[in-house]
Design a protein around this ligand. Sequence first.
Ligand code: F6R
Length: 614
Amino acid sequence: MCGIIGYAGSEQAAPILLEGLGKLEYRGYDSAGVAVCSRRERRLRVHKAKGWLHVLSDMLDGGAAVEGCVGVGHTRWATHGAPSDINSHPHLSRSGKIAVVHNGIIENYGELKAFLTDRGVPFASETDTEVVAQLVEYFYEDGRVDLLEAVSRCLRRIEGAYALGILCADRPEELIAARKDSPLILGYGDGCSFLASDVTALLRHTRRVAYMDDGDVAVLTKEGIRCYDYLMQPVVRETVYVDWAVDAAEKGGYEHFMFKEIMEQPEALRRAVFPRLKDGRVRLEDLSLSGSYLRGLRKLYIVACGSSYHVGMVGKYNLERMLRLPVEVALASEFRYMDPIVDENTLVVVISQSGETLDTMAALREARRLGAKILSIVNVMGSSIARESDQVLYTWAGPEIAVATTKAYSTQLAVLDLLGLHLAEALGTMEEAERDAMAAELLALPEKLERVLAERDAIQYCASEYFNRGSVFYIGRNVDYALALEGSLKLKEISYIHSEAYASGELKHGAISLIEEGSLVVALATCGRLFDKAMSNIAEVRSRGGRVLALATEDRREEMAKTADNVVAIPNTHPLLLPSLGVAPLQLFAYYVALMRGCDIDKPRNLAKSVTVE
Ligand code: F6R
């Protein structure tokens, strides 16, 4: 969703802001803008445009056309008011003295707008954000308070979520930042300071960052950053060193981030798994759950959204088998409204790549309120979900830029399996030999996944055969069903083909009526013990004229080829780890189909990478 970048230093700000916005494009946006403070003129220059960033960049000659060393930039994902030049950020106060960029939603903006309108303040846009610029100016113009106090008064009046960057023409050397329930990161450079909603925008400039806490306000200048807590008391936020490689957030010769990230999966798995498996034993040194707590556990609840939820679906099958404990999986957006049965004997496992998904965050808080311990599986270090959890297992996948998740899914799954092994050892629910066998296969996953990815031409061929279908079904049983959910989501989100996932056995309870001559069904049949059942379901589809693209294990390839139209095979592995290999052909299939349909793969329409609204 929206992205923020801010700079206070001695260099021209606009080129730095535009370059930073380029790094935030992946979050999803519909317009972009910058505001720069000119010390010479003591005025703010705002430039904004609907559409892709290059429209703005061309308008400003890459930033060379704008003078000033302090500024903010923004990419907007519309919520209040359609995408348009006027609704784009930054927003100016009526005198043009205050400029604001904002991520999040000001929930009481209607009431505040009425308050200001009654006092003669005119509004230019339809956005919730504009009230912030107008309200800061309203308090500031009063003349009795300084800028920081005016900002603080404004923050006390607004309700909702915000990450804000604020400039004032009277203070041309300062940039003010504020955050509540929306991420904002401070970057410490050499003779300059940065602000960003996402660390990837800062990697080229600095690796020393601090995460703002909820309620924090910061003042950035070229000399450094002063930070205040929600009571406006000075605080020092711990700085951390970000070790992500600069090129990890760049395409590095690949046509799309999504393809690059698919191909990076073996390496990402090595990073997530190898340090946590020593001498065949799982060592989750980042975890501390006491023996007595674990013995008292009655239930696991996995809470997440989208693909992370699909990881949870695999987790339900796997963890119930490994732990013999009930495992419930809930969509985070539903969890908080369904009166869930959660108490201090429930471990709530929250899964989120970004660590910022608002629904997931709200579910986490609800679970905590109900007394549960929270263990999160997160990719982005220092993210809000990581910071509010009792325990965090990082996935160490590196930055994921494509909107459609791939390597984050794979590493989340591997970490969940490691967690299962860890808990199974503590609870004594799996034989040692069985644990060892699974651990050995976890170590073998990266190499096996490389073999799957090497076969991508065959998947590209299948895509060329089916890319013009109007609707696709994915079917499977057990973990293959959980995997079908992910395969179907990948296809629909990037290729815009309608697709649905069904538990194979459910097809005949309704959806089979949609199968007709030429309908494509992607049949996942990797579970060895359910192979015969899968074959029966495939036969049902074929006898109604449907075409079947099947996924099977290598040892069943030939048998499957007798029934399905096309077969993609994955290496055999431990039954619980099959989705970790099976997901790659599904990602590649979606990728190639979208490519052949000419879709914008890394930035699918209407989608955002980090979903920070409810
Ligand atoms: C799909 C996808 C989304 C995310 C979902 C949750 O490819 O990426 O469905 O999985 O928005 O995001 P996180 O994991 O960041 O909480």
